[in-house]
Design a protein around this ligand. Structure first.
Ligand SMILES: O=C(O)CCC(=O)C(=O)O
Length: 294
């Protein structure tokens, strides 16, 4: 029987517990140019978050989790070996890894991630929502259809959420890197049109003007260990992977402290409901970082 790591609200191991001197050497804070890029375009990319030992450890844990019979499988919020259902377009997608493996747990407390996230949320304290793994195998990796994240999160409010996408492999146009529609975070909330399968599904909920802007997405090519942060309304998606290399990513979703539940239903599978109007907090939603306390 494995242990549910969600009881630990601090790092368990030493992988992300960098000595103060190592932390100080790194430029941990986003520049004003990066912040204004986020404000205008809805994203900032190329942020260095993982060093080579961290990458190696996380890739090792991920390999274990690809086996559907791994220990700790009872703790997933969601686990899809192939969300598309099409063997030629495989999208491994799972939520809840932080409960199951030490490195995937401790990455939530990675100092550069937390400091950048707090800045992008307007210097507010950062609370954990959930994690996601998005992995495309070599040769037959599938797409992630265009979407806005908040279309899937309206059960929590107000909208003060943030996504951090972290590559475990070099991500390129060829192996299906993330693509953004710059400025689309200023559009209204669109209905959810599905995550795996159809890149054109979003067309039916866009105006002609929006579709016009949609013709020029930006490909977010990143080195392994680098991250991109995006706004909850920014439209994003990614194409298939037909290369000889996998494209694996860890996604961390957070919100500013003070976000509330907007539903009496279960918010995440296996997690007890938080009644509508109550603050998101407790065992499954730890406060990760308070800029005023550090
Ligand atoms: O990994 C991808 O291609 C898509 C990830 C995504 O949808 C997200 O980070 O919200």
């Amino acid at each position: 029987m494995s242990q549910d790591l969600s009881i630990f609200h601090q790092p368990i191991g030493s992988l992300f517990n960098l000595k103060a001197s190592e932390n100080d050497e790194k430029p941990l804070l986003l520049s004003s140019g990066q912040l204004s890029h986020f404000e205008t375009n809805g994203f900032v990319s190329g942020v260095d978050l993982l060093n080579p030992p961290q990458l190696e450890a996380l890739r090792g844990e991920l390999t274990e989790l690809f086996d559907p019979n791994h220990d700790g499988r009872e703790f997933w919020y969601e686990y899809h070996s192939n969300e598309s259902g099409d063997a030629n377009n495989v999208l491994f997608h799972a939520l809840g890894a932080w409960r199951i493996r030490e490195g995937l747990h401790d990455i939530l407390w990675n100092p550069p991630f937390l400091k950048a996230a707090s800045q992008l949320l307007g210097d507010q304290p950062v609370r954990f929502w959930h994690d996601q793994l998005f992995c495309k195998p070599a040769k037959h990796g599938g797409v992630v259809a265009w979407h806005q994240d908040y279309s899937y999160w309206t059960r929590t409010k107000p909208m003060q959420h943030l996504t951090c996408w972290i590559g475990l492999d070099d991500a390129t146009v060829d192996n299906g890197c993330l693509q953004y529609v710059p400025g689309s975070h200023k559009w209204d909330l669109l209905p959810a049109t599905g995550l795996a399968g159809d890149m054109n599904a979003i067309r039916k909920v866009l105006t002609d003007d929006q579709w016009e802007q949609f013709q020029n997405p930006v490909a977010i090519e990143l080195k392994a260990g680098q991250a991109a942060f995006h706004h909850p309304l920014l439209i994003h998606g990614s194409y298939a992977n037909r290369t000889d290399r996998p494209r694996r990513a860890i996604v961390l979703n957070v919100f500013a402290d003070g976000t509330e539940s907007d539903s009496d239903d279960v918010l995440l599978n296996t997690v007890p409901p938080i009644s509508k109007g109550s603050k998101m907090e407790g065992k499954f939603f730890p406060l990760l970082y308070d800029p005023n306390a550090n």
